[in-house]
Design a protein around this ligand. Structure first.
Ligand code: FPP
Ligand code: MG
Length: 326
């Protein structure tokens, strides 16, 4: 399924760059590493959310792009670190920063991405915006930490998983959705700001939850760029394996033996039908979150009309997110 966007949004999205170069840089090698490793840039869901919302509330283009860039850079920083933690050599079918250089340099590249973002966002002179971004970056850390605690655990609950999802993915999506309004001049706000902001945050939370559940589904896709059941190889029960277990608790012992194992000698313990069922259930759970996000969007439309082409772009994004296979 192809994402369909208005030309102006597509154009803005293509201008969201990872470049962190600057004339004053004493270590151009870090910037070169970042450009080499991140240029082709992934799905860009986070900056797209910011750009769509910014367009909806008529935030000026320069500020819109700054928000979109900030959210993508923080995301990139977290991925640079995540690949070190996970010891991953490939991301987006390309060598990870740590593969291109070393773990220590990849960590520093992530640090540079994060600190540069904070500098750029602070230059917008909006303390609340800096605070909310820093808070969201903190949440990413908590989410990743909590996920680490679940490694090797077979007794994982739905609420533990959704707490991890919310922190490591939802929090930045929430920022992507609320930041454009946070920086909009009060004199340009002709609708109930707090209600609108609350709704935007809710959209970010719901899209983040759906995104992460689909990620867990894609983990079992043969079309994915990652190995089959990578989460399990890393020792993690994800939304899909959780569903397999809740449907058939007798698999607990055998599934537990697969945690952290590259390729279990006996194969995976579930049947084809059990996996298919868990995938269908997870996809419908994600679809329900996306549906709920759509409902919030309609509520916000009643407060402040959404331009028809932005609404279509949201619908297209929602379809792409639901149908994602890799
Ligand atoms: C990818 O998810 C990872 C994240 C969304 C967040 C990782 C966060 C950290 C490493 C904390 C550091 C935070 C900052 C601000 C620098 P995933 O592992 O589920 O997806 P993947 O399979 O693509 O790696
Ligand atoms: Mg990871």
């Amino acid at each position: 399924m192809k994402l369909s966007l208005p030309d102006r949004i597509q154009h803005r999205l293509s201008r969201v760059s990872y470049r962190v170069d600057g004339l004053e840089s004493p270590v151009p090698e870090i910037e070169a590493l970042i450009s080499r490793g991140l240029v082709a840039g992934g799905k860009r869901v986070r900056p797209l959310l910011s750009l769509l919302i910014a367009d909806w509330i008529a935030l000026d283009e320069a500020k819109s792009l700054k928000i979109a860039r900030a959210v993508e850079l923080v995301h990139a920083a977290s991925l640079a670190h995540d690949d070190v933690i996970d010891e991953s050599d490939l991301r987006r079918r390309k060598p990870t920063l740590r593969r291109l250089s070393s773990n220590s340099r990849a960590v520093l590249a992530g640090d540079l991405l994060l600190s540069r973002t904070l500098r750029e966002v602070s230059e917008l002179d909006n303390l609340e915006l800096v605070k909310s971004l820093a808070r969201s970056a903190e949440m990413l850390v908590y989410g990743e930490w909590l996920q680490q605690e679940l490694i090797g655990e077979i007794d994982v609950s739905e609420s533990q998983l959704s707490a991890v999802h919310h922190k490591k993915t939802g929090s930045l999506m929430e920022w992507a959705c609320t930041a454009p309004l946070q920086i909009l001049e009060l004199s340009n706000v002709s609708f109930p700001r707090d209600d609108f902001s609350h709704g935007l945050k809710e959209i970010g939370r719901l899209v983040g939850a759906a995104f992460q559940i689909i990620d867990d589904v894609v983990d079992f896709s043969t079309e994915s760029e990652k190995p089959f059941a990578q989460d399990l190889r890393e020792g993690l029960v994800n939304s899909v394996t959780l569903r397999i277990l809740s449907k058939n608790p007798s698999l607990k012992a055998s599934l537990s033996r697969c945690l952290g194992v590259e390729a279990p000698a006996q194969g995976y313990p579930w049947s084809h039908d059990e996996l298919a069922y868990a995938i269908t259930e997870s996809r419908s759970q994600a679809a329900a979150q996306i549906f709920a996000a759509g409902r919030v969007l309609e509520e916000l439309h009643a407060l402040h009309p959404i331009p028809p082409d932005v609404r279509l772009a949201f619908e297209s994004l929602f379809e792409v997110l639901k149908g994602r296979k890799k």
